[in-house]
Design a protein around this ligand. Structure first.
Ligand code: ADE
Length: 246
């Protein structure tokens, strides 16, 4: 899967996505990251990409032209198959373009699962007071937020979403089963987990986990998931109960 990130701060994105599990998956060719510096598309000789907002108000707005040209360049690379090492058939359809904004729908595990089905995605990261509405109308397919709070820019939310999506791409987690078993996958939080030693600070690992009895272990884990969800996330627990057959 190919991730294109349109940003004014490519160094923020490259440092983060090149490390750890995602960095390794990119080296293995399971996913790829293509950062585009929107400033490279500024036509002004000072490489200016922002200006005052019409109608007044505090702060500057990212202008339409550099954002549009950066976005067009990515669409062209994807369409004609240059610049992306693992590009397949040429003349692809327009890519889904996600504008990360507190004004979007809230990102959930379900959103991550749906987006993980795409071959490629574009993330548009805003800064300052946002981006000229006209270019958003022409490029954006999805407005997505990571929660009801405001950050200084779109890079961190984009990386949160990319991490959640990329780990669902087959082969990115070496143990794909761990993506199947974890929190939210069945609408419940994950059960508690333990490793060695069997007793630590006087606390013993629950007996059943040492029993080798797989069916009992599964039953115990489900019980724990349900109890934990009821206690910590009553909203999820309610949905879980409502979905259960009578
Ligand atoms: N940009 C600034 N705040 C944001 C948020 N909460 N979610 C997505 N993008 C943002």
């Amino acid at each position: 899967m190919r991730f294109h990130i349109l940003t004014l701060f490519p160094e923020m994105v490259d440092g983060c996505l090149g490390a750890s599990i995602l960095g390794r998956a990119a080296k293995d060719g399971r996913i790829s990251f293509h950062t585009v510096n929107i400033r490279d598309y500024a036509q002004d000789r000072h490489k200016k990409v922002d200006d005052y907002t019409y109608g007044g108000g505090a702060g500057m707005l990212m202008q339409a032209q550099p954002v549009y040209d950066a976005w067009r360049a990515v669409q062209e690379t994807e369409r004609f198959g240059s610049g992306c090492p693992e590009n397949g058939p040429k003349r692809r359809k327009r890519l889904r373009t996600i504008y990360v904004t507190p004004q979007g729908e809230t990102f959930t595990q379900e959103t991550a699962r749906a987006l993980a089905q795409e071959e490629a995605l574009i993330f548009l990261c805003g800064h300052y007071e946002g981006i000229d509405e006209r270019v958003l109308e022409e490029t954006v397919t999805d407005y997505i937020s990571i929660g009801d709070y405001v950050l200084t820019g779109g890079e961190l939310p984009a990386m949160v979403m990319i991490d959640a999506i990329a780990r669902l791409v087959p082969g990115v987690l070496h143990n794909d089963r761990s993506a199947e078993m974890e929190s939210f996958q069945n609408g419940l939080l994950e059960y508690p987990q333990y490793s060695r030693p069997p007793v630590w600070h006087g606390k013993a690992v629950p007996e059943v986990l040492l029993s080798g009895h797989h069916k009992k272990i599964e039953e115990w884990r489900l019980e724990q998931s349900v109890a934990r969800t009821r206690e910590r996330r009553p909203d999820l627990y309610r949905d879980y109960r409502n979905k259960m057959p009578e």
